[in-house]
Design a protein around this ligand. Structure first.
Ligand SMILES: O=c1ccn([C@H]2C[C@H](O)[C@@H](CO)O2)c(=O)[nH]1
Ligand SMILES: [Zn+2]
Length: 132
């Protein structure tokens, strides 16, 4: 599972569209029904429109009909295991259990296994929108 996700993230990273940062990222997740879905970061001349690899993978999974994921892997050419941004952490909290594993890795094979809850303690979620 872990190695399969890292391999899928590594392959997707090759498609990263990064003419501005030149920082390519790949991500891959496995859905509850066993589908592996990958994503890469996609930048834009209007910089703020850039979408991270993690959210691209998660939104592609939603577009394919899955809204709950078991695990997610991320890879980039970082000195240590890559650290996902806050926006991606919040989206992970939307679609994954707090104890779901997240594999942070890099091209050198450094890997940290963490969880969605550890990446974003106290995430805002749908329960926070219910009154009384
Ligand atoms: O976890 C991360 C961190 C950054 N990026 C992308 C966004 C942008 O294209 C580039 C530099 O921030 O890396 C991701 O895709 N995922
Ligand atoms: Zn992000």
């Amino acid at each position: 599972m872990k190695n399969e996700l890292i391999a899928a993230a590594t392959a997707a990273r090759q498609n990263a569209y990064v003419p501005y940062s030149h920082f390519a990222v790949g991500a891959a997740l496995i859905t509850d029904d066993g589908r592996v879905v990958a994503g890469c970061n996609v930048e834009n001349a209007s910089f703020g429109l850039t979408l991270c690899a993690e959210r691209n993978a998660m939104f592609a999974a939603v577009a394919g009909g899955s809204t709950h994921f078991q695990a997610l892997a991320i890879i980039a050419d970082t000195p240590g295991p890559v650290s996902p941004c806050g926006a991606c952490r919040q989206v992970m909290a939307e679609f994954m259990a707090s104890d779901a594993p997240v594999y942070l890795t890099n091209l050198h094979g450094d890997t940290t296994e963490t969880t969605v809850g550890a990446l974003l303690p106290g995430a805002f979620d749908k329960e926070d929108m219910t009154r009384d």
